[in-house]
Write a protein that binds this ligand. Sequence first.
Ligand code: HEM
Length: 524
Amino acid sequence: MSTAPTSTATMGFTSTLLPKLLTLISQNSNRRKLLLAIILYTVYKYRRSVLFVRPRPDLPGPPGLPLIGNFWEMATTPTAVFHQSQERNFAKYGRVYTMAIPGVGRTITVKDPEIMDHILKTHFWNYEKGTRSKQTIGPLAGNGIFTADGEWQRQYASKIFTVKAFRQYTNDVFVQEAQRAIDYIETFADTGKVVDLQRLFYCFTLDSFGEIAFGEVFNCLGDPTKDVKFAAAFDRLNHNLSGRFFSPTYKLVEWWTGTDKLITEDRTIIRDFAQKIIDRRRRERQEQVKVDEGKKDLLQLFMDIGSEEGGTPLSDDMLVDSVLNFIIAGRDTTAQALAWTFYLMHRRGADPAIVQRMQEETDSVLQGGLPTYETTKQQKFAEACFNESIRLFPAVPRSTRICTQDDELPGGIKVHKGERVNWNTYAMGRDEKIWGPDAKVYNPFRWMEMKEKPTSSKFLSFHHGPRTCLGQGFAVTEAVTLMSMFFQKYTFELENPDQKANYIPSLTLPLAGGLRARVNRRTD
Ligand code: HEM
């Protein structure tokens, strides 16, 4: 049992609920009276306690209810404004606050670069993803890099990005798939018809990943309005598992709604798909079919790295996990970041100088040609537009770790073994202390004017420390390739320029309502 600071909820209990219960007792039979009296006594005695959670009267935080702590608050906070509610808590309680829920435990939520550096870098070893993370996204991520705490996964995955041919191959795929996206929007150009750009970006990143991960053509860009079986199962699974992060009682809810069965079905579809490709590759390997060095996909690279001298060949399950984790990491994140970028550049009130500068930069770097890996590196303003959008709308908006040994954070804040430390990248990206008084304004020019790039403990969108996003360069190249090819030819106009910046609550940050826009050919 724990003792929490006296709360308004507790005061509400004494002033409103207590008299009601006393009246109820006086009106009931003896047995009922006794039962009610016991309940009343228990609730009163533990009015400042949260069942099974260690007390932290030293930390501020939203007041909870007797025994159930912040359960009610968590259950009733609309998930569509989850990040704003955390921002409000920071505004009220400062850079660190706590909440507690029976069965889930205590969470300490932080928003401070110095503390982030401590948790994610200098004391990295003391904060692990833990079993809850594995339970929640396990059906999708398996035992891959996302749920693992170290081991072989990072070692293998990081090797992939050092393969030079892989960089060239991915770049060729981005150009090819962006061209297919252009073929699609060309049919809309100057017609006044509306296209959902977010959906198109999902198809762009899915088709790119189909090629890069498995050497497979999903052909989502062939008709973005139609579902691709693998992608539909992947999206549904992602969506259903996201719900687990917001619900302490997800097991019960899934059983009640039948979502548990859907999760199993979708998991099977995805893994069977990957397994078939692995079987084919193993057969081809036995038949000694030659693989073009310049066209090795992720699966092939993972198979090769495992067979290298000193390497351990990966089992089929490990291969499936490895490749799927790249798709989880890179597909939705990049598509959503692109959608937010186009949204922020075109919504009402956006500075027209942003699109103008983007066009000027693209025209001057590409000179009418197609992008290459080298030209994307020169498009600093395009990169700034992208970074600025994931500062405000980070594709991974929050995350969590479990403390494995008692620790002390900068500022003398104690964290006990088993307590959960959460952080909110969304809130950090809008923090005036880090970004200045215009922190909430979309202003890509700030990146061009900075003398030094912000450290990753401040610009947390790609994470910080030893588990920093491995695909940061990949994502930026992919996004800048598409942006440059789009801005080279077209202008965009949102169907609803006043569309609100709402997101769908999820592990990532999709733009709610998609991004419906009209496309016009550039005439300048
Ligand atoms: C806008 C795009 C992206 C953003 C904002 C982003 C952000 C992140 C963040 C915040 C993490 C840490 C997650 C956590 O452990 O809490 C992460 C991890 C990771 N990302 Fe990205 N990512 C993006 C694109 C990509 C792409 C395209 C790839 C692969 C091609 C990728 C590969 C990875 C991998 C493998 C990890 C796991 C690293 C580890 O746990 O050691 N990411 N990413």
